[in-house]
Design a binder for this molecule. Sequence first.
Ligand code: CO
Length: 212
Amino acid sequence: METNESYKRLLDGNRKYALSKKFDDPDYFKKMAISQTPEYLWIGCSDSRVPANEVTGTQAGEMFVHRNIANLVVHTDLNLLSVLEYAVEILHVKQIIVCGHYGCGGVRAAMSNDTFGFVDNWLRNIKEVYNKHHQELEAIIDTDKRADRLTELNVIEQVRNLAKTKIIQKAWQNRTLQVHGWVYGMDNGFIKELNTLYDEAEDLEPIYRYKL
Ligand code: CO
């Protein structure tokens, strides 16, 4: 079998990584293997340019991560719900961050009337966000700026979707748990913190609050 160079690069990179970690701290992997106690859950976009640990200056073991196209929190997504429940109830994370990013292809696709395949069904969730805010969005003439604003509104909506879950509301009864909305700027590397902190059921309209 012919070895593809771009594939081989990964395993070479791994060898260098393992050796250099061990060189810096001979017990590094021994400690890592024992357990994980991350304080953060990151829900971000699958985009290869937004690596959760790298953009926050965190290390392995510090952040539990879930990524999907356009960082959506969909209430029928068993994958996300499993990650969320595990992060909140077993790992006891203290902060949850939904991080979108400017220049998100998923958001741009959702803004268009083009079809892209199976992902159309997934991105329809963003069309709902668009439709909810269409007056504000359509007042923005510049397409890039409109996409930027939809990116922010989408993150805010996903933060709200998290707050609507029983998992989060149950945690709020017993302890502090903050849900934040961020947008990462791919053109400058800086994160914009959106004004959308949710940390109690009262942050949601009454219809969404469970009797627990
Ligand atoms: Co994206």
